[in-house]
Each structure stands twice: as C-alpha cells, then as structure tokens.
Design a protein. Structure first.
Lengths: 384, 361
C-alpha cells in the first residue's frame, strides 16, 4: 500500500465510529467519508454526489450491470426481457453479471466484437443502438486488463446519450494510467477500485450520474443514496481517497515512467525471443494502450510452463485469468481478438507498477529466451 | 536435486513433499487438475480432484514454503484414462484406471513435462520402494502390506523408475499420519480415497450405464442353460461377481452363484458355482518390464491380479509379445482386462494385461 494511504487508514482507524451514527465518533467517521468522497470527486472532475462507495470493483460492476438493467425494466413498467450490449473482452466482473442476466432474467445479450487489436467498433455500436429500442444498457471497459487496449469510451458515451441508453464503463485498469475526466465523459456509471492504485483491498466505487436510477443489488440501511446499503468502512475509504489523489496527481509522470520501461521490455523481448508476438495495440507511444501493459504470445510454448519457469527466475507475470482451481485458461480476450486457442494459452502479460525499475526489465529479458526454449520443449513433450 | 512433487491434497503426497523438502531438494508442488467439471467436495465424497483438494494441496505447499502450481491434465486424463475405461468395459473387460493413470499421466505426461523443465525427478505419495540394483532401479513392494501400491505402479519402465521417488514406501500409514500430525499439516486426518476418482459416488455400474446406455440381455444358468433374469448391460457384471445379480430363484442346491462369463456379442451373462471360476493359467498382452524382459524360459515368480489381491506362486515366460503365466495355485474369478503383475519376492518384475484365461486344470 502507498505509505500515504496507509497513514490515512491508520489515522482514521483510531476513531472507530459508524459513519451512520449521530454521536461524536459517528460524526467524525462521517466527516472522513464525506471528505474522501469530495476529494475523489474533485480528482475525477465530477460531483461528490456521484461517488457511491462499494466493497471493490466487482461489486461496483454488479451494481452497474444489474442495477441499470432492473431500473430500465422498472421504468418501462413491465418485466419484458431487455437487450444488453457488452464488449466480448470485458473482465469477468462485468462479463459474468451480464451473462447471468441472460441466463436468469432472459436478457438478450449482444457481445460486441473486437478487432485484432482488441478494440470495439463505434460504428457497430451505433448500428446496434439504432437497431432496437429495448437496450437496457451498454457496457464497454475503458481499457482491457489483459492486452491494455484503450477503448473509444468518449465516443461510445456520446452515442449512448444520443440513443438514451445508459452507459457503464469499467475503469479499474485505467485510473492513474491515463487522464480521466468523468464530468466530460458523461457516462452513467464508471467503476474504479482502490487496490489497483496502491490503496487498500476491498474498497472501490461506482461513479454514477446522479440522475440515472439504479435498482439496488444490496438492500439494508439505505446508505449511499439508497443505492448501496451497508456500513461504510471509513478508514479504507480515507486511504482510497489518498490513493486516488496520488494516482491522478502523478498520472503524467507515472505513465511516462511506465511507458519507458514497457517499451524497453517490448523492444528487448521482440529482439531476443524468436517468434514472440506483441498482442494488443502496437502503438507504444500514447493513446491506444495502457502504458504499463505488455502482452506477448510465444507460439509453440506452454503458457503455464513458461509462467513456472519465469516464477523460478524471480519474474512475476500472468497468463491472464486463472480459474478457481488455479488453472490458466485460454483467454476469452485473445480468443475474441481472433488468436487461436493454442497460441492463446502460450501468452503472458507483463505489467509494471510504480516500484518497477529498468533492472527488472533487464532481468525479464535475460530470463525469457531460455524459459521460452524450455517451455517449447515441455509443450512438445506433451503433444508427443 | 530439482524435484517435482505431485500433490493431490491428501495426507500421503503432503508428507512426501515435506520429506523431499527435509532431504534438501529444490521442491516444487504440482496439483493435477484431472477434471474440467470443478466441484467443491461435500466432505463425504472422496475423489482426489475437487477444488477443496486443490486448496488443501496449496495450503500444504504454503506451509512447506514451496512454489505450487496446478497443471491442467484434464484432456490427457479424459483420453488416456476415462475413455480407455469406458472402451474397455464396452468390450466386456475390467480395467484398472489407476494403473492407466500412472502409466499415461503421472509417469508419462507429468514426468516428461517435468524433465523438459529441468526437473530431475517426480516424487509421489505412492506406497512402494525403489531399490538401486545392479541392473538399474528396482521397484519393490512397500513395507506396509495394507497400503502397498506396487501393483498399480507395475506399468513403470526403467527410465520412468530412474526419475521417480516414492518417499513413503518404507513406512506404514500410521507412521505417515502421525508425521503429518506432528508437522502440523491440516490434512493429517483426511480420509483415504478408495473409489475411482472420476466416479466419486462409487456407483460404477450407474456411471457406465450413463456412458454406455441400456444394453439389455439374459442372465443364464451355466449348468441348466436356463434364462434366470434380464439385465441392463453386460458392463454391470464382472467375472467373479456375486453381489447385485438380483436372481429371483436360488440355485438348485441353494449355493450362491457367481458371474462366470460375460459375452459381449450375445450380451449373455452366465452365472454358476464358484468352482467354474478357478483360473489355472492366463495369457497377458502388452507386457511392461520394470528392469528387463522375462525371457522364454519359465521362471518361478508370484502373480497378483488385483490391486489388493493375494499373490500366488506362478511360473511365467515370454512368448513373442505375450506373457504366459501358469498359476500354481488357482485364482478364483479373473476378468479380462485386469492386469497381472509379476513379482520376484518383493520386486516387481513387470506387468501385462490379461487377454485370456484357462479354467480347466
């Protein structure tokens, strides 16, 4: 955790009060929460009333997807199944609630296709919005967590406004990486999470358009504008606000630092590992890709062997998402991009954080060619 | 030495991993995910690949401070073990899936992959011993006769044995449990798994019926030729079986009847008195030799045809790619597809799949 965030957490934890209580310690906790709300709103250029605290990104995404869907049904005054537009490369925390609406509420889901760089087509979205009037919501992530591709969310938000369809974007990956002006974006719901920016785990927020209605997913004490009941975790929220402030204030220099390291890694890997392929937007300078993200395929390798070998060499990387048992799965993102299943399993993501150094990059480049070589041998041992 | 330990999440492989760490090896734990249909255990089912088992294995690895990974072997397992199991039953044979799993998955797919990744050996929690002999590594029975698993390892070849370690073979199960307890491993009291891991409810006949469908036929008396009952599929019967025949009429002499024959073509299951089950000789195919081939001169050995069967004196020799085994003491009820494992004292000589039996002395 960021030292400043930890300090804020400790300071707030000394005054244990329920922000909903009316006594002195309750008032103190309430003050901490409201100041944090104002701080986060100011940093993201929106109003404090837009900030709905949750217990993390997954909860915020569930609230956005289900809350908007049910609200739309309520407004229309019937229980007719509605349509949901969602990109095919969403994080599971969006994809699964959307799929759940399809399976349990009869929603008809349109998974928006992406191109080889993992980008949705705004033309196709415009056509889908125009094709039917019963779209309950459209959700497209701000940037993809696996391959780092930044999506055209400004244009999608604009299209959705034009058709009167609520727009949600999962910005968990984006905060601190690219400039975020939520007032200008004008989305109906934006998900952010604390732990991705050096704040504590277990806290996040849905930044909403206060005039857009949300049917609550959790019912109870009516906290957070009756949208999200549950006692607020004041120390975590205070630390979250410090982390958001840090992410936004240092975004430009942070992104420059990350981009420099990332570009050195991409250059080194493509030069030293025969056959390595960079996935996602190839533009490494700006705009199209998260600065901290590098994602490669190593055709002929086995992804989990590669991960094990790099792990042994002290390099942490990720094969995308792992299922509950810890088995790396073929990434739905890569499959949606048109990568075949075999290559998809032979793919790794490297991400950088504020503690990453040029020496880390050198270590990866030194370890990777040998690891790829052995992972290829291990793959051929399995197919023989 | 770089050692990969296959960790099921049970007490045996957990202690095996701990012993490898104590021996000073560079140990990595791997849990094999053998099924794509992931379920949480309910505390009663005792398979070996539920999500809870994966979690148990991970917690043991945490405790030992070793890296831990899950390897997805579901595809290989489905093909080499489950499909083979069903195909064998379709042919009226009685396969041993644990043996196939050791042969194709644990000591082939896993071992090959480990070697490719520069591991020198794979250790497992099997109860068996490897002794370095003059002609190479020898596979021997475990000290604990109750737990001895040398039978299901009888499919290992010299190269596989050379890269395998069985750290538990010299101890009894009680010692292993006590050791798990004193090491503070949470799995110390976990029950042993006995069932076929992909049939966790233990209902093999029900499983086969779902896989193979209903294939009704007659149950016939061996002596009178009379049709006694109908059945839903020959796969529910194995030679030597006595239970579950559901015959409405007892035999003329009131003695229990056993399955003495299963014919796939006519779907006829024949039942009769136990004397008809005595096997005096058998013929094995696809022999595997743990150190060196048997040769054409008959040798006095011991033969065992079930995982927990009693070994009997036998005389065996090789004839081309077959193994001819004369049983000096007859074994009652041998089904085709079972493996015969030959022992020289406690040493495993090799194994073969039983393709024919002789019942008349």
């Amino acid at each position: 955790m960021l030292p400043g965030a930890r300090a804020a957490w400790l300071a707030a934890s000394e005054h244990l009060g329920n922000p909903s209580s009316l006594h002195a310690s309750g008032r103190f906790a309430r003050k901490v929460v409201e100041e944090s709300r104002e701080s986060i709103a100011a940093d993201l250029m929106t109003r404090p009333s837009a900030v709905i605290f949750t217990a993390g990104g997954t909860e915020a995404n569930n609230l956005a997807v289900k809350g908007l869907y049910w609200q739309r049904q309520q407004v229309l005054g019937n229980n007719e199944p509605l349509r949901v537009l969602a990109s095919a490369i969403e994080h599971h925390a969006v994809m699964d609630p959307v799929a759940w609406l399809g399976e349990h509420e009869g929603a008809s889901i349109e998974w928006l296709r992406v191109d080889h760089d993992a980008r949705v087509s705004t033309t196709a979205i415009a056509e889908s919005l125009a094709a039917a009037s019963n779209v309950a919501l459209c959700t497209v992530m701000w940037a993809n967590n696996e391959v780092g591709t930044i999506e055209p969310v400004d244009r999608i938000a604009e299209l959705c406004r034009e058709f009167g369809v609520p727009f949600h974007t999962d910005a968990v990956q984006t905060l601190g990486q690219v400039p975020m002006n939520l007032g200008a974006l004008g989305a109906d719901a934006v998900t952010i999470s604390s732990h991705k920016i050096g704040g504590p785990f277990g806290v996040g927020a849905l930044i909403v358009n206060p005039v857009t209605g949300f049917t609550p997913v959790m019912h109870g004490g009516g906290q957070e504008r009756d949208i999200r009941s549950g006692t607020l975790d004041a120390p975590a929220i205070a630390a979250f606000a410090v982390a958001v402030r840090n992410a936004v204030e240092h975004q430009v220099e942070h992104a420059r630092h990350l981009r420099q390291l990332r570009n050195a890694l991409v250059k080194g890997v493509l030069a030293t590992v025969p056959g390595a392929v960079l996935n996602g937007d190839p533009d490494l300078l700006d705009g199209g890709r998260l600065p901290a993200n590098a994602h490669f395929s190593f055709p002929g390798c086995e992804g989990d062997s590669l991960l094990m070998l790099l792990d042994a060499a002290g390099v942490d990387c990720s094969t995308g998402s792992a299922c509950t048992a810890g088995i790396p799965e073929a990434s739905h993102v890569l499959l949606a991009m048109g990568v075949d299943e075999h290559t998809s399993r032979a793919s790794l993501r490297f991400s950088f954080g504020y503690l990453s150094t040029a020496a880390d990059v050198d270590r990866v480049i030194a370890a990777l060619p040998g690891a790829v070589d052995r992972a290829k041998r291990s793959a051929s041992s399995r197919s023989s | 030495m770089k050692v990969l330990v296959a960790m099921s999440g049970g007490v045996d492989s957990s202690v095996a991993a701990a012993r490898m760490v104590d021996a000073g090896h560079d140990v990595v734990g791997v849990h094999l995910a053998l099924s794509r249909n992931k379920t949480y255990g309910d505390g009663r089912q005792r398979g070996c690949c539920t999500l809870d088992d994966a979690r148990d294995a991970r917690r043991v690895a945490d405790k030992l401070g070793i890296p831990f990974y899950v390897w997805d072997m579901a595809e290989e397992f489905a093909e080499a073990v489950i499909a083979d199991f069903i195909a064998e039953y379709r042919l009226g044979h009685t396969p041993n899936p644990c043996l196939r799993c050791n042969e194709s998955i644990k000591f082939t797919a896993v071992l090959d992959r480990a070697l490719a990744m520069d591991f020198e050996a794979v250790a497992t929690g099997h109860y068996a011993q490897i002794v370095r002999g003059p002609a190479g590594p020898e596979l021997h029975r475990a000290v604990d006769p109750e737990k001895d698993q040398s039978y299901v390892l009888g499919v290992l070849q010299p190269l596989q044995l050379a890269h395998s370690i069985f750290p538990l073979g010299a101890d009894t199960k009680d010692v292993i449990r006590a050791e798990a307890e004193s090491r503070g491993l949470l799995v110390a009291q976990k029950p042993d798994s006995h069932d076929i891991c992909f049939i966790p409810d233990g209902d093999t006949a029900g499983y086969l019926q779902r896989q193979l469908g209903s294939l009704p036929g007659d149950i016939v008396d061996a002596e009178s030729g009379e049709v006694l009952a109908q059945h839903d599929g020959t796969y529910a019967f194995t030679i030597g079986q006595r239970r579950g025949l559901q015959l409405s009429r007892p035999a003329a002499d009131g003695a229990p009847r056993y399955v003495v024959d299963v014919e796939i073509g006519s779907r006829r299951v024949t039942v009769g008195p136990p004397e008809l089950l005595d096997v005096y000789a058998l013929e094995g195919i696809k022999p595997i030799w743990t150190t060196s081939p048997l040769g054409e001169v008959p040798v006095d050995l011991l033969a065992q045809v079930r995982a927990h069967g009693v070994p009997v004196p036998a005389r065996a020799h090789q004839l081309d790619d077959r193994v001819m085994v004369e049983l000096l003491v007859p074994i009652r009820g041998i089904a085709l597809g079972q493996a015969v494992v030959l022992y020289d004292g406690t040493r495993v000589v090799g194994s073969a799949t039983i393709a024919a039996t002789t019942r008349a002395a």
